[in-house]
Design a binder for this molecule. Sequence first.
Ligand code: NAI
Ligand code: UGA
Length: 475
Amino acid sequence: MTIPYPSSQPMPAIPAVSPPSGAPRPRLTFLGTGYLGATYAICFAELGYEVIGFDVDEAKIAKLAAGSVPFHEPGLDELLRRNLAAGRLRFSTSYQETAEFGDVHFICVGTPQRADGMGADLSYVETAVTGLAPHLSRKALIVGKSTVPVGTAEWVEQLVGKHSPADLGIEVAWSPEFLQEGFAVEDVLRPNRIVVGVKSEWANGMLYAAHKGVFDLAATEDREVPLVVTDFATAELVKVAANAFLATKISFINAMAEVCEVAGGDVTQLSRAIGYDPRIGNRFLQAGLGFGGACLPKDIRAFQARAQELGAGEALRFLHEVDLINLRRRTRVLTLAAELLDRRVGPAGPDLSGTRIAVLGATFKPNTDDVRDAPSLAVAAMLAKAGADVHLYDPEGNENARRTLPDLSYETSMNAAVQDSDLVCVLTEWADFRNADPVALGEIVGGRRVIDGRNCLDSTLWTGAGWDYRGMGRP
Ligand SMILES: NC(=O)C1=CN([C@@H]2O[C@H](COP(=O)(O)OP(=O)(O)OC[C@H]3O[C@@H](n4cnc5c(N)ncnc54)[C@H](O)[C@@H]3O)[C@@H](O)[C@H]2O)C=CC1
Ligand SMILES: O=C(O)[C@H]1O[C@H](OP(=O)(O)OP(=O)(O)OC[C@H]2O[C@@H](n3ccc(=O)[nH]c3=O)[C@H](O)[C@@H]2O)[C@H](O)[C@@H](O)[C@@H]1O
């Protein structure tokens, strides 16, 4: 499908928004109740809005309607149950019910990497919009929240024009999302900014009203939430630019880790030292196994693909390097494993047959059960491919990991995974692993060898307990 861009329509000036004083709050719907949409539906009900969460996945909707969040996100279960009981929150698989209910419809469906490996798959956005639009029966606003290539909002506007009743004047806006899994409730209720791409004062006012609960909460806490009102293209670009910057920051520090590895430096100290400069800042400078998840990797690839289509491919060529640095961290663990286990590395990589390796961590980061593009799982797969007998444990991610990699051995505790292993790989920095007792673990392993893929262990403590320790970019 082609996304028309740049728009042939000139952008009207956007007047400053004035809060619709005393205006009734709009009723909100969220199409797509995955990590993003379910969190939003639940949190906005908590803020006092009447909400419908809609999904085409009947099992997911049944679970949510029964008071159970279908993924792990701290704090969300309690809010779900409270708001279902209060009657402010409903779940539906009916486009008609959703269309009739809502004044503002947020599109929160997935935009995964296309099968060709680069651009974004917009088919879910298309299905959601064309499913909803024909059922609309009064003026409403459709707001994209999914992360999309620049130009998508214009295309959605055309879809809406084609599929909704002509006389209703349905409008479109784009409001990208910046929440982090594991902190999602806090990020939605107390965002560090709200960005909206709009074309009319009416859309601007509706979006303000749809977020008034967030602004009101901030006011009661003596905070302000910056609001950036802009055009479609800028709103779409803000999102991918933010993720590209975060990915670049992580790959920068991992590039420094690579240099530390050959020069004998310690990247954790380097990171701390440069992070004291407020122009650099100390966040997202944790060297280790690199970034994974359903967003940063796919977003930097889709951003490059879109820039290429628009003739600006060269501007984003560095993102290819960011991706390569990130992926090299995964193979680094394999090299360290061969080194620690004293195994030969052939042209096809190391031969780890006959070894038992404990992998601690399957999720792409702690405090989630999300294993999408998890560096830890990618490494577990590489270790198994090299012949190791891999025993994996994750506090929340075992079930999802088993669906992705069914052939590994899944254990129900850290001790069971570590028992008799020749090597322990800590690949996600769950608190349980960070705080593990190296003396006690040392008594049940086959060999005291540990790879700290997230630089989250106290190396002095582990070496003191007799472990052969390897970190990422640190001695
Ligand atoms: N997960 C996150 O932390 C964040 C995600 N995003 C973006 O939000 C979007 C969604 O991400 P996730 O929630 O992680 O994806 P997800 O895969 O967890 O959820 C997507 C949901 O959309 C549903 N769906 C598919 N077709 C549909 C249709 N026609 N109508 C209604 N629902 C439909 C699926 O059944 C699924 O439940 C992506 O563009 C992502 O990049 C943005 C910021 C944060
Ligand atoms: O677009 C999205 O979906 C979201 O993507 C990321 O959020 P998330 O994927 O939840 O995870 P992050 O906390 O950003 O971590 C991403 C990956 O980077 C890794 N990471 C993070 C920080 C760091 O210093 N080093 C590092 O390796 C993490 O282990 C993880 O694998 C962004 O942080 C969110 O702002 C954004 O909304």
